[in-house]
Design a protein around this ligand. Structure first.
Ligand code: HEM
Length: 433
């Protein structure tokens, strides 16, 4: 939403700077005065929370890297050194490890919000696509980070995932094996592998930060979507970002930080796997190799397909399909508030994702395997069949004409409830005080 700048330089220096590099103007226009729809709910606070997570991961990560040793014979010990000897090392490490989980939890909620309110639809397609790019980078970064302690789970997760490339052997014999050995930097997972994983784990967050800047830029061109999915039509339907949303985002961040801290201080290893406290041993394969919780749905999809190659394709396809969501959904209506049929399919999709997460941690046989196959089927059917078809056949519910109308009708209902339903002697409604 292009809005007129009302920045007036206050001092001679500000004026001088503004004529050369209008960075103060940019910040004021985009993060203080930025017109934001007045009806955003708490699901819109996760973007700010994600920025916090990214900064927290980078800051703790940089300190960890000062003490970590990326060498296969010292990596595990260096983590123990951080935990036991480095001042506050335990806190920095646990914040970083738990932080990865919190980051993914926030990202998934942020994405489900986008799906529910149709934030991926025109004119926000690029914004959504940049989000999917961020997700891919986050996946790569956390996978590499998990390998660094060089415990049993680290080592075997790297072994399993890098070996996926060998599935290309069934396309061109020998190609997959060559790729795997190139990725390893040798004939097995070893020191060169650990070194490159560390190097890339340090690099990728900076790339994420770059894409996040583009993501926010792409957000600030059309402005925020909102729970009605209806565009802002007059200036009274928006308010300046500061102080209204800085305070709301700040409050949500404080609540998020309490949950974060509860994990860090009371259950720092709850989300991890105990086998990662056993040093990596290439001669002993753990009974169950399981990824971190945030990869489990994708892992379930990988194992649901009997062919290795098609399993790999399905797993990557599960993310790739997100890129084309803006063009799969055939309805012009954004918010699921007014799409009763798709709303049901959406909640079934959420349940499927959670179920796939559970199934990813279970052995891939019997009822678990069958359920994972059904879940995989629905995951893809939701995007490839439900989104295109439902938009054509469903009858949307009555939509308000504008954000104002929506707010006013809610207000009328609230007043009617207060006037009609309030018991005698109850405190007066605020407007009557
Ligand atoms: C490091 C990760 C990410 C950061 C820091 C981030 C940041 C933000 C911020 C600050 C906003 C505006 C506030 C809000 O709507 O919550 C936003 C909006 C949005 N993000 Fe993200 N985001 C991230 C990842 C993602 C991902 C993975 C997706 C989807 C695949 C995504 C899709 C969107 C969409 C569609 C919007 C517009 C929402 C609307 O206005 O309705 N983002 N993001």
């Amino acid at each position: 939403m292009a809005h007129k700048s009302n920045y007036v330089p206050q001092s001679a220096f500000e004026k001088w700077l503004d004529e050369r590099l209008p960075v103060v103007r940019l910040m004021k226009d985009q993060f203080i005065d930025f017109p934001t729809p007045r009806n955003l709910n708490y699901w819109w606070t996760f973007g700010g929370i994600l920025i916090f997570c990214l900064i927290a991961q980078m800051m703790t990560g940089i300190v960890l890297a000062m003490h970590y040793v990326a060498n296969e014979s010292m990596a595990f010990e260096s983590i123990e050194h951080i935990m036991r000897n480095v001042n506050w090392g335990w806190l920095i490490r646990y914040t970083h490890a738990v932080g990865a989980s919190m980051f993914f939890a926030a990202a998934y909620l942020h994405m489900f919000r986008g799906l529910y309110y149709g934030s991926y639809k025109a004119p926000r397609e690029i914004l959504w696509i940049l989000g999917v790019v961020i997700l891919l980078l986050m996946i790569a970064t956390s996978f590499m980070g998990y390998s660094l302690p060089w415990g049993q789970m680290s080592f075997w997760a790297v072994t399993v995932i890098t070996n996926l490339f060998s599935s290309f052997d069934s396309v061109i014999p020998g190609l997959g094996t060559r790729i795997v050995q190139w990725v390893w930097g040798g004939f097995s997972v070893g020191n060169p592998t650990l070194n490159r994983l560390f190097s890339l784990h340090y690099l990728l967050p900076f790339m994420i930060a770059g894409v996040v800047i583009l993501h926010i830029w792409a957000l600030h061109v059309p402005g925020n979507n909102n729970p009605t999915g209806i565009d802002v039509k007059r200036s009274s339907e928006a308010m300046p970002f500061h102080p209204y949303y800085t305070i709301k985002d700040g409050f949500a961040l404080a609540v998020f930080a309490i949950v974060f801290a509860a994990f860090v201080f009371y259950a720092p290893n709850y989300l991890g796997h105990s086998d990662n406290y056993i040093p990596a041993d290439p001669l002993v394969t753990p009974t169950h190799i399981v990824p971190e919780w945030y990869f489990l749905p994708f892992y379930a999809i990988l194992r649901a397909i009997p062919s290795k190659l098609f399993g790999v394709i399905a797993m990557f396809g599960a993310i790739m399909v997100l890129f084309v969501v803006p063009w799969l959904d055939s309805s012009p209506i954004r918010s699921l508030r007014y799409r009763p049929m798709l709303k049901l399919f959406f909640w079934a999709f959420v349940v499927t994702c959670v179920a796939l997460g559970y199934l990813g941690a279970m052995p891939p046989d019997g009822i678990y395997l069958l359920s994972a196959r059904l879940g995989t089927f629905y995951y893809f059917a939701f995007f490839l069949v439900v989104l295109p078809v439902v938009g054509r056949i469903e009858t949307p519910t009555q939509m308000p004409g504008s954000i104002t109308e929506d707010i006013m009708s809610k207000e009328r209902r609230r007043r009617a409830a207060l006037e009609g339903g309030a018991p005698a002697g109850a405190p007066a409604a605020p407007e009557k005080r």
